[in-house]
Design a protein around this ligand. Structure first.
Ligand code: URA
Ligand code: SF4
Length: 209
């Protein structure tokens, strides 16, 4: 199957990658999306946060984590004492995948989970970002990014908060996806997950001595 490797620029830096993602046709997701959403942040960032894929707002704005999940993440970062500018934020899949649905609130684009083929096709972009930034720590948000880095059988609910070595970083951790926290119907559980996200951010930022 085709992957994004085919679309890599000759000279790899964050700007040339960002430009090249605009020409990626390695899967069909580029057809309906408004634009790709590449990672955001400095190549000197110590921590990389990896989400799943852009949502509706991200697709329209061309930036990661600017919608409701992004607001929750911003709040958690602040409470963990981390500035958004100090992390590199990205997603495993760079184009928004959705279905259109007509609801009582009008026509809406509903997020769809990327499939294994799309994740496989897109992951060279993420790998290139990780190779450039060489973070001290990686925090995977949710199942898609956790499984992309830890393997297909990884379960966030079982191994959340554990720090392990991966091919990309000595300190790699999985935690809840902010969107999963937003969707949680049980208020007590939701508050617990929110606190765990903050604690995980704090711990990945400040390794114990
Ligand atoms: N959810 C993600 O996984 N990534 C984003 O950029 C926004 C929402
Ligand atoms: Fe390329 Fe990824 Fe977009 Fe698919 S989702 S077209 S692999 S950038």
């Amino acid at each position: 199957a085709e992957t994004a490797t085919h679309y890599m620029p000759e000279r790899i830096d964050l700007e040339s990658l960002r430009t090249a993602v605009g020409g990626c046709r390695a899967c069909d997701l580029h057809r309906h999306a408004t634009q790709p959403v590449f990672g955001e942040g400095s190549r000197d960032a110590r921590i990389v946060l990896v989400g799943e894929q852009p949502g509706d707002r991200e697709d329209l704005e061309g930036r990661p984590f600017v919608g409701s999940a992004g607001k929750l993440l911003d709040d958690a970062l602040k409470r963990a004492g981390i500035r958004r500018n100090d992390v590199y934020l990205t997603n495993v899949v760079k184009h928004f995948k959705f279905t259109e649905a007509t609801t009582s609130r009008g026509k809406r684009r509903l997020h769809q989970k990327p499939n294994a083929r799309e994740v496989y096709a897109c992951r060279p972009w993420l790998e290139a970002e990780l190779a450039l930034v060489q973070p001290v720590a990686i925090l995977c948000l949710g199942a898609t990014s956790s499984q992309a880095l830890f393997g297909r059988d990884f379960q966030v609910s079982k191994h959340r908060g554990e720090i392990r070595a991966t091919d990309w970083c000595e300190r790699t951790m999985a935690t809840w996806h902010p969107a999963a926290i937003l969707r949680m119907p049980d208020d007590a559980r939701k508050a617990q997950m929110h606190q765990q996200l903050i604690d995980d951010l704090r711990r990945i930022n400040h390794p114990p001595p």
